[in-house]
Design a binder for this molecule. Structure first.
Ligand SMILES: Nc1nc2c(c(=O)[nH]1)N[C@H]1C(S)=C(S)[C@@H](COP(=O)(O)O)O[C@H]1N2
Ligand SMILES: [Mo]
Length: 157
């Protein structure tokens, strides 16, 4: 019985993703970004088809969030900085990686965003409250739901 309650609490704590994500690792300044912060930033809309159904996601480019943490982008994304990757982790333990070059709109056209709404509605608990959407991937596998944190790793320093 006691164990049952413990298991339930564990399940609940794992299921709830925060409305704030942290950006840390090889950054100039670690930052945490809330949904309120996202609403005040330049917004990007993308559509992604899953199971034959299109959803219109809205949010902020991952690159704009990385810029806040002082990650090199644009002209500064050259040389050793190009060995940098972006690790995204979710509250269910799921993790995906993007290269820094893939998320920089000055280098590639991937429109990878942290979304806070789908079809104009806040994301359901199984999706959000925050989710990365990588709309030009062939499959949705890297569009990580229940996003918790973003860590930046520069391999060559
Ligand atoms: N946190 C988390 N995100 C995830 C997954 C997961 O297991 N956990 N599965 C991925 C896979 S394989 C797919 S196809 C899409 C499915 O997204 P949907 O449930 O919105 O269709 O979510 C991706 N994001
Ligand atoms: Mo998938």
């Amino acid at each position: 019985m006691r164990y049952g309650l413990f298991a339930l609490l564990l399940l609940v704590s794992q299921a709830a993703a925060p409305a704030t994500i942290s950006i840390s690792g090889d950054v100039q300044t670690p930052v945490s970004v809330s949904i309120d912060d996202l609403k005040k930033m330049p917004r990007t809309t993308v559509t992604m088809a899953e199971h034959g159904r299109e959803t219109r996601y809205e949010g902020v480019l991952v690159s704009a969030l990385l810029a806040r943490a002082g990650v090199p982008l644009g002209a500064a994304l050259s040389g050793k900085a190009l060995s940098t990757y972006v690790l995204a982790s979710a509250s269910d333990g799921y993790q995906v990686v993007f290269s820094l070059g893939e998320v920089d709109p000055a280098l590639t056209h991937n429109d990878i965003i942290v979304a806070d709404t789908g079809d104009g509605q806040p994301l359901a608990a199984t999706q959000g409250p925050l989710r990365i959407v990588s709309p030009h991937d062939v499959r949705g596998a890297r569009s990580i739901r229940m996003l918790q944190r973003i860590e930046v790793v520069q391999l060559r320093k």
